[in-house]
Design a protein around this ligand. Structure first.
Ligand code: ZN
Ligand code: FE
Length: 247
C-alpha cells in the first residue's frame, strides 16, 4: 500500500513523496526542489530511501545531488538523467522497482524528452507520469517525435480508467482554456468549469485519472478531433496548436 504526499514547489511544480506503508520505504518522485522535499520529509517524519526520476530536466532531477547528500537515498532513473546527476541504477521500460513491498513498473513514455519514463503501481492504481501527460494537457514535444509521443500517451491511456495520474505541474487551468478552443464536447465543457472553480478556490487539480483524461484531454482525443489524419499526426496537429495558443 502506497501513500502519496503531494506538495507545491518552485513556481508550478508538484513534488511527490510516496511511502510504502508496510515498510516505511519512501521515494521522492523527481527532485524539483531539494530544500522543499527535505522540509516535507521532516514535517511528515518520513525517511527518504529512494529517488525516482522521470526525466533529465532540472525541475525533475536538479535536486538529486543535494537530496542524496542529505539523506543517502539511492537514485534511479532513465540514462538521460546522467546529464546532470549520478544514478545508482539506470532504468528502462519494462523494469520493475521495489519500494519496500510495493512494485512499480517502469513504462517508457518518451516524447517530452527522449528517455522519459513513468512509474506505475498497478496494485494501488497509481501512475507517476512526470511531464508526459498533464490534466487536460501533455508536455511539450522537446525531443521526441509525434510517433514516439503518441505511442507513450496511448500506453498511458491503456491503463485502467480509475488509475490516479500524478503529473508534475499545475498547468490545468491554462490547459482547460486550450481544450475549450479545440473541443466543444460536453465532457470538456463540464470538466473545464470544474477546473476553473477548483483553481478559483486554490485547490489542486492533481491527481487526475486516466478515465477523466480519456474523456476530456484534447491530446488523448486528438484522433477524434482530427479524424482525417493518422492518430500520431492528429496528435502532432493538436500539439502544434497548443504551442502557439495564447489563451
Ligand atoms: Zn520537463
Ligand atoms: Fe517539468
Amino acid at each position: 500500500m502506497l501513500t502519496v504526499h503531494r506538495f507545491s514547489c518552485l513556481s508550478d511544480n508538484y513534488g511527490f513523496l510516496a511511502r510504502d506503508e508496510a515498510t516505511g520505504a519512501t521515494a521522492a518522485i523527481d527532485t524539483p526542489d531539494a530544500e522543499a522535499i527535505l522540509k516535507e520529509l521532516d514535517r511528515l517524519g518520513w525517511t527518504l530511501t529512494l529517488i525516482l526520476n522521470t526525466h533529465w530536466h532540472p525541475d525533475h532531477a536538479g535536486g538529486n545531488a543535494a537530496l542524496q547528500a542529505a539523506t543517502g537515498a539511492k537514485a534511479y532513473g532513465p540514462a538521460e538523467v546522467q546529464k546532470l546527476a549520478v544514478l545508482d541504477r539506470v532504468l528502462v521500460g519494462g523494469d520493475t522497482v521495489m519500494l519496500g513491498e510495493t512494485t512499480l513498473e517502469v513504462m517508457e513514455t518518451g516524447g517530452h524528452t527522449l528517455g522519459h519514463i513513468s512509474y506505475w503501481d498497478q496494485a494501488d492504481n497509481i501512475v507517476f507520469v512526470g511531464d508526459t501527460l498533464f490534466a487536460l494537457g501533455c508536455g511539450r514535444m522537446f525531443e521526441g517525435d509525434p510517433d514516439q509521443f503518441w505511442t507513450s500517451l496511448s500506453r498511458l491511456a491503456a491503463l485502467p480508467d480509475e488509475t490516479a495520474v500524478y503529473c508534475a505541474h499545475e498547468y490545468t487551468a491554462a490547459n482547460a482554456r486550450f481544450a475549450l478552443s479545440v473541443d466543444d464536447a460536453p465532457a470538456v465543457v463540464i470538466r473545464a468549469r470544474e477546473v476553473f472553480e477548483a483553481r478559483e478556490r486554490g485547490e489542486p487539480t492533481v491527481p487526475t485519472s486516466i478515465g477523466a483524461e480519456k474523456a476530456a484531454n484534447p491530446f488523448l482525443r486528438a484522433p477524434l478531433l482530427a479524424p482525417e489524419l493518422e492518430p500520431a499526426q492528429a496528435f502532432a496537429k493538436i500539439r502544434a496548436a497548443k504551442d502557439v495558443f495564447k489563451g
